[in-house]
Design a protein around this ligand. Structure first.
Ligand code: CP
Ligand code: NVA
Length: 301
């Protein structure tokens, strides 16, 4: 039996495949809006394993599976044997025999890799400490809808070099854009990823320099899930990197800005930008649904 395709990072896709998923996501959004049924997978079931909190990821996968004709099971680590120490590999083998897809949100990225190594159904990374590839599908769909191709554009990441930032590095390589990461010393993204993508990724500690000419600015929380006790130190270090009107004014005239949410107004992003009438942040959140439906189709087909 051939092994299934997994989506653990964007690097599991070719550029053409990623572009295909984005195109299909845009199409699926239109079908959904027009009320055109596209329930292509009756009876298919996705298991969703969560060891961290979620609003968007859970709801978008659950609703997405339903719109595609299937269903999804929410499994929290607090309620499964996985949370009581059953080996990941045993869980992967059992779930593979019962469901058609597995989505996992957890801490260590190695955990989803171990699961996928044994699983005989596609495994989707719904966020680990190192990567959040599903969010990138939605972000890129949002960019393509509003601005067209992102090839050759300048994108600026502000704040913590976290799981989202690492995923932006992968996106820069696959979609051929320039990524400038503006972060304080000690909060850089994964060093190996940066080294492997030096032709497209640079680090610039001065936020006002990093945003110059940027077509897209992105930020995320300063303390990710699991880093709550570092909140104060992180807030002190990252305060100059707040995405606000002043920084935005230094970017390209028609620059877009995004945030994967949940956001902390007055910390990594100003309340003014969060609540601006022309922000695309809410499209970005909605696009989780459409982009992941396109991903599910890609993996099941
Ligand atoms: N952006 C995102 O993944 O949101 P949730 O944590 O609510 O799933
Ligand atoms: N970087 C954040 C993203 C939340 C969707 C975290 O990992 O908590």
């Amino acid at each position: 039996m051939s092994s299934p395709r997994h989506f653990l990072t964007l690097a599991n896709l070719t550029s053409d495949e990623l572009r295909g998923i984005i195109d299909r996501a845009i199409e699926l959004k239109k079908l959904q809006r027009e009320g055109v049924a596209h329930a292509r997978y009756p009876g298919k079931v996705m298991a969703m394993l969560f060891s961290k909190a979620s609003t968007r990821t859970r709801v978008s996968f659950e609703v997405g599976m339903r719109q595609l004709g299937g269903s999804a099971l929410f499994l929290s680590s607090a309620d499964t044997q996985l949370g009581r120490g059953e080996p990941i590999e045993d869980t992967a083998r059992v779930l593979s025999s019962m469901v058609d897809l597995v989505m996992i949100r957890t801490h260590e990225h190695a955990s989803v890799e171990r699961f996928a190594d044994v699983a005989s159904v596609p495994v989707i990374n719904g966020l680990t400490d190192d990567f959040h590839p599903c969010q990138l599908l939605a972000d890129m769909q949002t960019w393509f809808e509003h601005r067209g191709d992102i090839r050759g554009r300048r994108v600026c990441w502000l704040g913590d070099g976290n799981n989202m930032c690492n995923s932006y590095i992968n996106a820069a390589r696959l979609l051929d854009f320039e990524l400038v990461v503006a972060c304080p010393a000690g909060y850089e993204p994964d060093a190996h990823l940066v080294a492997a993508n030096r032709d497209r990724v640079s680090i610039e500690a001065r936020p006002e320099v990093a945003v110059r000419g940027a077509d897209l600015l992105i930020t995320d929380v300063w303390a990710s899930m699991g880093q709550e006790e570092e909140q104060q130190a992180r807030s002190r270090a990252m305060a100059p990197y707040q995405l606000n009107h002043d920084l935005l004014a230094g970017a390209a005239a028609d620059a877009l800005y995004m945030h994967c949410l949940p956001a902390h107004r007055g910390e990594e992003i100003s309340g003014e930008l969060m609540d601006a009438s022309d922000t695309v942040i809410w499209d970005e959140a909605e696009n989780r649904l459409h982009a992941q439906k396109a991903l599910i189709e890609f993996l099941l087909d």
